[in-house]
Design a protein around this ligand. Sequence first.
Ligand SMILES: O=P(O)(O)OC[C@H]1O[C@@H](O)[C@H](O)[C@@H](O)[C@@H]1O
Length: 275
Amino acid sequence: MEFLQLTAADGATTTICHQGAHVCSWIPAGGTEQLFMSKASAFRQGVAIRGGIPLIFPQFSGLGSLPKHGFARTADWQLRQQRVDSDGAALAVFSLKENIASLTLWPHVFEAELTVRVLGQALEVTFSVRNTGDTAFSFTSALHTYLALDDIRQARLHGLQGTEYRDTVSGQEHCPETSPALEINGETDRIYANVPATLTLAQPQQRLQITSIGFPDAVVWNPGATGAVKISDLEPGGEQRMLCVEAAAVLHPVQLLPGQQWNGSQRLMRLPPQD
Ligand SMILES: O=P(O)(O)OC[C@H]1O[C@@H](O)[C@H](O)[C@@H](O)[C@@H]1O
């Protein structure tokens, strides 16, 4: 499989696999790996990568008739641009358009782009979709970000209090989130609606600010010990070292008329621990 490594002027790096335009690694300047990547991930053509930032399009999970999480994460994307900007940021743009395989599954003509930008303590991933056909279509999408954790028992996700979620594990809708600092205890699979733009994942050694633009929902997923044993490409104990906080557009599919374009982004920024 083909990979592209970007290095910013200050040494921050990110690695992207051409399959799925899949961000596999992000190391901020002077820092350590911030994305979880399963040591048991197959890295085989046509097989989804377990970790990093899978791009989910045009269908989230099993919410439709397409293969789970759609086809974009296993499709071959083209590298369109790679450069270092005057501020020192390294950037790459990948693109995907309809092809025979996609048209067989999803009969729509589109152009999608994924832009990845790294500098300093931040990584920014922007996804855009344009309807290049002459009929409207709708889709669901997510940046399915696997964040690396030292120990899930010590991680807390801030910013969701006051929102409602669909609990995919129990099937319950409109569950109120009352916690100001969400702890993950076992299998968790939730779609939070209309979340604030910025969430913060706090660990004893650092905080990570997670900012989304254009994606109204957030998916919080961890398989827990019970779910993890059913995931063959998750390394043993991996569920204790990861949490997916996904920028998502799921609960209300995005509608695109001919010629229209939609953009969504997720920006991750490493911050020092709170005093
Ligand atoms: O194993 P996959 O296809 O990568 O999916 C992983 C998980 O992805 C999450 O986004 C879903 O909410 C979960 O329900 C799902 O299990």
